[in-house]
Design a binder for this molecule. Structure first.
Ligand SMILES: Cc1cc2nc3c(=O)[nH]c(=O)nc-3n(C[C@H](O)[C@H](O)[C@H](O)COP(=O)(O)OP(=O)(O)OC[C@H]3O[C@@H](n4cnc5c(N)ncnc54)[C@H](O)[C@@H]3O)c2cc1C
Length: 404
């Protein structure tokens, strides 16, 4: 079998690339490979489903370039198909008075990125969300933030791509690749000759890239996102996304309240950013890394934490957020009247694949896409890669075809 483009990884990034290759009439001969029996088993199916409006990202970064346009494109795509969407907006709150000036930084970034935001006072905040309190009295209102059902979106995109002739080979656990001959062997031994291969394998992108001698100086670090939920019959009523002012030195947004896109929304609280000690360690200890990889990860983490006191403190706080009283304390900074009985544990959990630069000893904060022999490697598809997926795919395709 011959194909123009072979995509490893059927998450939102891989499928969006397939979609944009078709939309832009670049090729109709596309193959998607995934190791799972069905799609949506990892980040793209397990995330918060928030389509970010482009507030946070430093102007000039790739994130800032694709978030606003990607969010608009995905939102219209979802609406055209009548898929669930909760157009509830988002409020960003300083949880301590000393964080108030961060609202001005965020407003400035948002405007430069083309996102619509507005600073609001205590009275306006009260009319939007009566239970939420800002320590300084001010908040940032982002009306264009929406919430969708990420797995529903992914599965719809998959079914449309199948109808348009994209071929899917799922449950491929032991595939092999010859990067020089451009041949890919499926688990059953059948061979696919490809023109160009695109690695969109999320949590395993660094390992797949190393098969092509690409990205040696990077390792993916798994961070688990644990969620809690607001009890159904709680007296606290929340109808919008409520986020704290994030620590702009780390690539995570802080524990927030997110209403789902269901008819009767569940209000999720989370996710944490807890070091996961295993790329698929969703439940506890069921999918630990092999001992050697695990100790490598630990020593990497140790090295980074030793040299970066601020991040060490952050990781420590995140570890403690798995404990209900600590989570409650954090939630109280946004909603002072929330009580222990308002918060219930929930099964929702996801794992972020955060890239660590070994040479420079730092977490990569932006999307990163590397070129290899007849191949492109999407290395750091962190948030907002789901939101931005259609525009991110265009950016990746432009970079790729300029090199082919
Ligand atoms: C808890 C959490 C909350 C988040 N919230 C948001 C949010 O609200 N908004 C937002 O925009 N983003 C959010 N994100 C980030 C977003 O989910 C990701 O950026 C995005 O889904 C990445 O998509 P992907 O296709 O790169 O990866 P994935 O969805 O992980 O897809 C990768 C695919 O590759 C497959 N694969 C892996 N290895 C192999 C292999 N060796 N062979 C074959 N297949 C392989 C996997 O099975 C998987 O299907 C969140 C992430 C998490 C974890």
């Amino acid at each position: 079998m011959n194909t123009d483009f072979l995509i490893i990884g059927g998450g939102m990034v891989g499928l969006s690339i397939a979609n944009q290759l078709l939309e832009r009439n670049i090729s109709k001969n596309i193959v998607v490979i995934d190791k799972e029996k069905s799609l949506g088993m990892h980040s793209s199916g397990l995330n918060s489903g928030v389509l970010h409006s482009g507030v946070y990202y430093k102007p000039g970064t790739l994130k800032s370039q694709v978030c606003v346009s990607g969010s608009k494109k995905l939102k219209s795509w979802i609406k055209e198909r009548n898929l669930p969407i909760n157009e509830c907006g988002k409020i960003i709150i300083p949880q301590m008075e000393s964080l108030d000036n961060q609202l001005d930084i965020l407003k400035d970034r948002a405007i430069k990125n083309g996102a619509k935001v507005e600073l609001i006072d205590e009275k306006e905040l009260k009319s939007l969300e009566p239970y939420v309190k800002s320590s300084s009295g001010r908040a940032l209102w982002s009306p264009n933030t929406v919430v969708v059902k990420s797995k529903v979106v992914l599965n719809k995109l998959e079914s449309e791509l199948r109808e348009k002739g994209v071929k899917f080979f799922l449950h491929q656990k032991n595939w092999r690749v010859d990067p020089i001959k451009c041949t890919f062997s499926l688990d059953n031994g059948n061979k696919i000759n490809y023109g160009h291969l695109i690695n969109c394998s999320g949590l395993y992108a660094d390992r797949v890239a190393r098969k092509f001698n690409v990205g040696e100086k990077y390792r993916l670090f798994p961070f688990k996102g644990i969620y809690w939920a607001l009890r159904n019959n709680s007296a606290i009523k929340i109808t919008r996304n409520v986020y704290p002012v994030p620590d702009l030195n780390v690539p995570f947004l802080g524990v927030h309240f997110t209403p789902s896109a269901d008819n009767i929304p569940t209000i999720y609280i989370g996710p944490t950013a807890t070091p996961a000690l295993g790329r698929e360690n969703y439940k506890g200890f069921e999918a630990f890394e092999p001992l050697s990889t695990f100790s490598n990860l630990l020593s990497l983490a140790g090295q980074y934490l030793k040299n970066n006191g601020g991040f060490r403190k952050y990781v420590h706080e995140q570890l403690l957020l798995a404990l209900k009283p600590v989570m409650l304390n954090s939630a109280k900074k946004l909603i002072p009247s929330i009580k222990d009985s308002d918060i219930v544990a929930c099964e929702k959990v996801g794992i972020r694949s955060q890239l660590f630069n070994l040479e420079e000893e730092r977490l990569e904060d932006d999307f990163l896409c590397l070129e290899g022999p007849s191949s492109t490697h999407v290395m750091n598809a962190i948030s907002p890669a789901f939101t931005a997926s259609f525009s991110l795919a265009d950016l990746i395709i432009d970079q790729m075809i300029s090199k082919i």
